[in-house]
Structures are given as C-alpha cells and as structure tokens.
Design a protein around this ligand. Structure first.
Ligand code: HEM
Length: 143
C-alpha cells in the first residue's frame, strides 16, 4: 500500500487511527454546545490529540527502574496514551523531548486546529448570533 515506505507504514498503521480518534472526539465536543462555543482551536486540538497506545524500547545496558531490573533482553512498553490521557500534552504524544520525536508534531496539531476552525466558521455575511450548524456527519445509531 505504501511501497515499503516506513513513514507510510507508521502513518497508516498508527497515526491515522489516532487522527480518526481525535476527529471523533472533536465531533463529540462540537455537539456539546457549552464547550463548542467557548473552546479555542488550540484548546480543542489539544483535547483531541491521541498518542500511540504504546511504544517499544529495549535497554542497551543493564539498569534499575521502579518496575524492576532492566537488561538488554528486556522489552519495555511505554504506555504513551495512558500518560497523555493523564496529562494531555503534545510533548508526550509526540515524544517531543526525545530522540525519536514525531516529524509530524506540528502538522498534526495544525490539522486538528484547522478542522475545528472550519467547523466553527459561520457562513460569510451571516451576522446571526446563532451557533454554527454542525458540519460533522450524524453519529451511527448504536446497535
Ligand atoms: C495523532 C497523530 C500522531 C501522533 C500522536 C504521533 C506520534 C509519534 C510518536 C510518539 C513517535 C515516536 C515513536 C517511537 O519512539 O517509537 C512517532 C514517530 C514517527 N511519526 Fe508520528 N505521530 C502522529 C502522526 C504522524 C503522521 C501523520 C506522520 C506522517 C505522515 C508521522 C510520521 C512519523 C514518523 C516517520 C516517525 C518515525 C520517526 C523516526 O523514527 O525517526 N506521524 N510519531
């Protein structure tokens, strides 16, 4: 599908799901008028950021940690979305302070913020004080 492009594999396998989850949450927030009317694009984008569920690490040497002793044979799962949900931040979601930070760490928030701005935009020349109509498709009926 992506011709062996590893960035493409990440984008399709992980990133896309996280963006879809973010848009689904945005839809919910938008439908809640009390929040939909007051949230800035930056705040809405931050609330709709989903990190990869977990990322893998393998120690290069022995070390100790709160979770126990680590060796080069240890596989470490960093539960990134749990950490992000606890303290939402692009720094965590994109591992901004780490050597492996996501190259899309500015593009993704800009996308989410742009979607929110567009959703909240009133039609040109519409001086009405009413809230914008919801541009998101209606949710699927639950089965
Ligand atoms: C919600 C959206 C996204 C989140 C939360 C996210 C998060 C992350 C994280 C945490 C990593 C580091 C993984 C690790 O250390 O094992 C990463 C790596 C990466 N991301 Fe994203 N990402 C997102 C969207 C995207 C998109 C849209 C693209 C490209 C189209 C992308 C391209 C990459 C690439 C190429 C890497 C590997 C970088 C490297 O190893 O040097 N990401 N991403």
């Amino acid at each position: 599908m992506v011709g062996g492009d590893l960035a493409g594999v990440h984008a399709v396998g992980i990133a896309l799901h996280n963006i879809v989850s973010g848009i689904a949450r945005m839809q919910q927030i938008f439908r809640d008028r009390s929040q939909g009317d007051v949230l800035t694009a930056e705040a809405a984008g931050a609330r709709c950021l989903f990190a990869p569920g977990s990322v893998l690490r393998q120690p290069t040497d022995t070390a100790t940690s709160d979770a126990g002793n680590l060796t080069p044979e240890t596989l470490v799962l960093l539960k990134l979305q749990d950490a992000n949900a606890h303290a939402p931040s692009g720094d965590i979601a994109f591992l901004r302070e780490s050597w492996s930070r996501c190259p899309a760490e500015q593009w993704v928030p800009a996308l989410l913020e742009g979607v929110w701005r567009r959703a909240c935009r009133r039609p040109e020349g519409d001086g009405s004080a009413s809230a914008p109509t919801c541009p998101f498709p209606a949710p699927e009926p639950s089965r």
